[in-house]
Design a protein around this ligand. Structure first.
Ligand code: ADP
Ligand code: MG
Length: 221
């Protein structure tokens, strides 16, 4: 328990740091723009940098959202089928933009309820689906499979994107590890933390140039 608390404390600090870096840059430029020391011709360039930094801050906040909230979180009966439909709706504009088709297969022999924190699950699935979509810049299929195996809920998120080497897979979850020009490197870290907090686990299989499968396994009790 102590270790877990230290970890979440550390992550809170990382998040605050990352967000404050972007904030400081923008704040600095705003002061510059307000002063008469700056050339007219430079203003446009500074505005562009500010916009880019604001977008970066926005990405950090999006990837990081649920950790800023209370660590314990509420637990309630969550209809996973409905929750996943909601999440698909949230990520579908991004999918459309990348030419990605999202396919869902939900096979439940019992009612699809899980006693859990819906906001945390949502944050985690959004981050993983976003990564899947971003791995398919030339389009593809994002397959979401949901099923139950004994007492576990399993959500597979499978993309047909760029894939990863085993070395790259090992880096997943490390703060600020990103291969993207505008990446935060916080998305998977947040997911691993959330799923660990629910006593679940994430398994990743990937093949460079072929695609990736993230399996999220959450114990039902
Ligand atoms: P970000 O998306 O901001 O880069 P993440 O923590 O969400 O940060 O992901 C970290 C890195 O893991 C990505 O930059 C990418 O290199 C790799 N990655 C994650 N998911 C996938 C995926 N589905 N396909 C290929 N690479 C992935
Ligand atoms: Mg990401």
């Amino acid at each position: 328990l102590k270790e877990e608390m230290n970890r979440s404390e550390k992550m809170r600090i990382i998040g605050e740091l990352a967000a404050s870096v972007a904030h400081d840059v923008v704040h600095g430029f705003m002061q510059l723009l307000g002063s008469d020391k700056i050339q007219e011709s430079k203003k446009e360039e500074y505005l562009q940098i500010m916009m880019a930094e604001l977008n970066r801050a926005q990405s950090i906040i999006t990837d990081y959202l649920s950790l800023a909230k209370s660590e314990i979180g509420t637990r309630e009966q969550v209809n996973m089928e409905q929750l996943i439909q909601q999440i698909v709706t949230i990520v579908s504009p991004l999918a459309l933009l990348n030419g990605v088709e999202i396919r869902c297969s939900i096979s439940m022999t019992e009612l699809p309820y899980l006693h859990t924190d819906p906001e945390k699950i949502k944050q985690c699935l959004i981050n993983i689906m976003k990564n899947g979509i971003e791995a398919m810049t030339n389009g593809g299929i994002l397959q979401v499979n949901v099923h139950k195996r004994s007492d576990d809920f399993i959500i597979d998120i499978i993309d047909t994107g760029i894939g990863m080497t085993s070395e790259e897979v090992k880096q997943l979850g490390m703060p600020f590890y990103s291969t993207k020009e505008k990446g935060t490197g916080l998305g998977t870290m947040v997911c691993y933390s959330i799923i660990r907090g629910l006593n679940g686990k994430i398994e990743v299989t990937s093949q460079k140039g072929k695609g990736t499968c993230f399996s999220i396994i959450i114990p039902a009790c």
